[in-house]
Structures are given as C-alpha cells and as structure tokens.
Design a protein around this ligand. Structure first.
Ligand code: SF4
Length: 306
C-alpha cells in the first residue's frame, strides 16, 4: 500500500472509531448503563460485534468520568470446530481479565431437538442461564451484550411479522429474576460501521455458523429486507430507529398504554394533536437521513435531485 493510501486508511479508521465511540458513549449516557464502581462482564462470542464492544469499552474506560472494571467472558459451547485457542490468545495480548466458561450445550441441544428443527431457542436459553450464573459467581454488576442498532430493528420486525407485538431488544433490562442488569452499549451503532471496524482492526473472528443452524432463519430474511431498504431508500433505517425512540401511545391502539376508554371531552391528546379528519403530514425526506456521513453523500444528493 502506498504511503498516501495508508494515511487515508488510517484517517478513515480514526473517523470510524470516533463514530463508534461517540455512539457507545451516547447510549451509555442516555440509558444510564454504567455507574461508578461497576464490574462489567463483557460477553465475547468471537464475532465482530462483541470484539468491537470490548474494544470501545476498553477505550472509553481510559477517559470515562466514572471508574468501572471489565471482565471478558466467553462461553465455549463445544460446537464442532470451535477454535478454543483464538480468544485466550487475543485476550492475553490485550492484557484484560477474562474467563472462558466451557459447557457442552451443543450436545444437549442436538440431543433434545429433532434433526432439521431450529435449535436457537433452547441453545440461547441454556447460554443465558450459564452467563447469568457466571455473572453471579464473578460478582459482576452489569452484563454487556454486543447487539447493535440493526439487531434491534430486526427484532422489532420479527416481532411484528411473526409475534404480533411491537417489541424489540431494549438497550438496558433487568433479568426475569431481578438479579442482573443487562446492557447493550452498541445500541446506537450501525452494523455497517462495526463490520468495517472489525476488518480494519483485524479482529480474529470466529465464524458464527459452527452449529450449522443459522441459514434460512427468519432473522436472515428480515436482515436482507432491511439491507435492501437501506440501499434503495437512504435514511429509512435511521428514521425507523428514531421511531423506536419516539413512540406516541395515544396514536396507536394499545389499550394498556393509553386510556382510550377513559378519554373525555376536554382531554388534550398528547403532543401529536388531533388528526381525525386530516392526513398525517409526512416529511418528504426521511427525518433520519444523515448529512454528516460521507459514505451516504452521493445517495443524499440523488434523493434531493429526484
Ligand atoms: S445460531 Fe447456533 S449457536 Fe447461535 S443460538 Fe442458534 S443454535 Fe445457538
């Protein structure tokens, strides 16, 4: 690579790093993810998302206004071909505290689920139980997962398409038994950015298809639908993500969120006003269309010209 090309690549990596760092910092602040003295168990699968999460959290740790510690945890589920040496090598290089938990959930899942059926639900239930138990043993105050903005949107659509619910993955939640707080520091980060960052930083990615059950899942179909929209309708993904943070219960139809039955004359209807006789005013350009992202400039110009 020429000197100029190297300088350009470094410049782009710095920009990407800044954008991810800003997104993580903002999510941490907006959702109160990290507090003074937290011990955060960072779940590391060996995929691009969890490597990026760990990298950015370690970086933020240097300058954060609060003190917190990190411990990386990987669960080796004994999937055939899992390269058990990759993560310890990487984590030793980083010099971070870590724990590899080995539990053969792969055999349990294979044993219990008939051939050809989806194994993910049992597999993730088992994984969740082991990770919660580990967090308790380690005395971790928070558990960090590497889900990002696009995972959250995919989950929203999956729940709408198949579950009949408007529900996604929250940036922060309490486990069912009330014992654990789970955070998703990448909640504001785009998968595209994470992908590019993981390539540029040459993270030693462990393939996520070792269990052989990912192809053909409904999630993949929704992912492709969103990727297609992203190409054809610039700004749509960003706008939908904004919508997830901007909900107007009085203008949906969930009786448990808004007391429609108790509405009486004289009640003001939230901030969105009365549209009973009007068409909603829809912006001609998606509100989430970014103008500060160089990658999207040509697309933005195309939209404005049309
Ligand atoms: S894709 Fe494989 S490893 Fe992941 S949850 Fe499903 S069965 Fe488990």
């Amino acid at each position: 690579m020429s000197h100029a090309a190297q300088a350009k690549a470094q410049y782009n990596l710095n920009k990407l790093h800044k954008r991810l760092r800003r997104g993580v910092g903002q999510a941490i602040a907006d959702f109160g993810m990290i507090e003074e003295g937290d011990k955060i168990m960072v779940c590391l699968s060996g995929g691009k998302d969890s490597y990026t999460m760990l990298d950015i959290l370690m970086n933020l740790q240097q300058s954060a206004p609060v003190n917190f510690s990190l411990i990386a945890v990987n669960l080796d589920q004994k999937q055939p071909g899992f390269p058990a040496e990759v993560l310890p090598q990487y984590l030793n290089q980083l010099g971070i505290e870590y724990l590899i938990v080995t539990e053969d959930t792969y055999s349990i899942v294979k044993d219990k689920i008939p051939e050809g059926k989806t194994t993910c639900s049992l597999c993730s239930r088992l994984r969740r139980g082991i990770l919660y138990r580990t967090a308790k043993e380690l005395g971790a105050t928070k558990i960090a997962l590497g889900h990002h903005r696009d995972d959250m949107l995919e989950t929203l659509f999956l729940n709408m398409f198949y579950g009949g619910k408007m529900k996604s993955m929250p940036p922060k939640l309490v486990s069912d038994n009330g014992e654990h707080i789970v955070i998703r520091p990448l909640a504001y980060c785009k998968e595209k950015d994470i992908e590019k960052y993981a390539v540029a930083r040459e993270f030693p990615i462990i393939p996520c298809n070792l269990c052989g059950s990912q192809d053909g899942l409904q999630r993949q179909v929704v992912k492709e639908m969103l990727q297609d929209w992203d190409k054809r309708f610039p700004g749509r993904i960003e706008t939908m993500f904004q919508a997830m943070q901007n909900i107007v219960p009085s203008h949906l139809a969930d009786k448990s969120l808004f007391n429609f039955a108790g509405l009486t004359k004289g009640d003001a209807l939230a901030t969105e006003g009365d549209l009973a006789f009007d068409k909603a005013t829809i912006p001609s350009i998606p509100v989430g269309l970014e103008i500060d992202n160089e990658d999207e400039q040509p697309l933005l110009q195309a939209v404005e010209l049309n």
